[in-house]
Design a protein. Structure first.
Length: 276
């Protein structure tokens, strides 16, 4: 007979594993010394241990293998168990493949974003009009996430992509998160959908000439200096903001593609050249 340590070494498992099998009733020691509590195993029990290892290699859990190991199982019982396990494994493979596809798509989007935009870039550009669903409300910036979530759920319930292009339109921007800001959140949509008392569907006007600044942004905090940096650049280039047209922040990174606390964003201000 073998003490538990020697039997564990012979079977290529740990002592802890053998004790666990004992507790579950899958492989109980041939004898337990009444005085010392030492567990002893016989050589023929190595077959049971090898069977457990083999069942685990097939993906069976300890509970799934129990009837096949200690019960009066027939070949048909084994076939039924293995077919169920095969179906489960196929589903896991399918789910893993879906996740791989999603990872590949995100890797592609990251690569395209890196090529398309560079952080810290200032430029002048034209902004095209887009069809959007939007909600405008006066609220603390700390509640902005709730507004975004409401709009995403509405857009998604009408068959549109809730993670489509997101634009923040700051009609009135407070300096502190708990002060009230007049904020409009807008998601681009592919076709007109039904509006509601809360959600407007309209063509967000384009801008013939706008100053743009690419930056990393967290819209829920107060220390984003993008608009101040952009206004400084506008003045240095001989331009000025146009009237009372609100500035926009266009989020170039969707919610599900944020890694860390910040996303790539574009601050946009309508401008006109100062004529001397």
């Amino acid at each position: 007979m073998f003490k538990i340590g020697a039997f564990a070494k012979l079977g290529g498992v740990t002592v802890k594993t053998l004790r666990h099998y004992d507790e579950l009733g899958l492989l109980k020691p041939a004898r337990v010394d009444a005085e010392s509590g030492y567990r002893y195993y016989t050589a023929d029990q190595l077959l049971t241990l090898r069977r457990i290892t083999g069942f685990k290699e097939q993906g069976l859990t300890l509970e799934e293998m129990r009837p096949l190991l200690i019960g009066p199982a027939s070949p048909m019982d084994a076939k039924r168990t293995l077919l169920e396990k095969r179906k489960e494994l196929e589903q896991q493979i399918e789910e893993a493949q879906r996740q791989i596809t999603e990872v590949d798509e995100r890797l592609g989007r990251i690569a395209r974003d890196v090529m398309a935009v560079k952080e810290g870039t200032f430029l002048l550009r034209k902004v095209e009009p887009i069809l959007v669903a939007s909600i405008r409300e006066t609220l603390p910036r700390s509640q902005l996430c709730l507004l975004l979530d409401e709009l995403k759920r509405y857009v998604g319930s009408h068959g549109e992509e809730p993670d489509g292009g997101l634009t923040m339109i700051w009609h009135g921007r407070a300096g502190c998160g708990e002060e009230l800001s007049d904020i409009e959140v807008a998601i681009s949509i592919s076709k007109s959908i039904q509006s509601s008392g809360r959600v407007m569907i309209y063509q967000l006007p384009g801008i013939e000439e706008a100053a743009s600044y690419i930056h990393q942004c967290n819209p829920y905090i107060d220390d984003c200096k993008a608009i101040e940096a952009l206004r400084g650049w506008i003045a240095s280039e001989g331009y000025r903001p146009v009237g009372q047209i609100p500035f926009r922040e266009i989020y170039l990174t969707s919610d599900k593609d944020i890694y860390g606390q910040y996303r790539m964003a574009e601050a946009v201000v309508p401008v006109e050249q100062i004529l001397i």
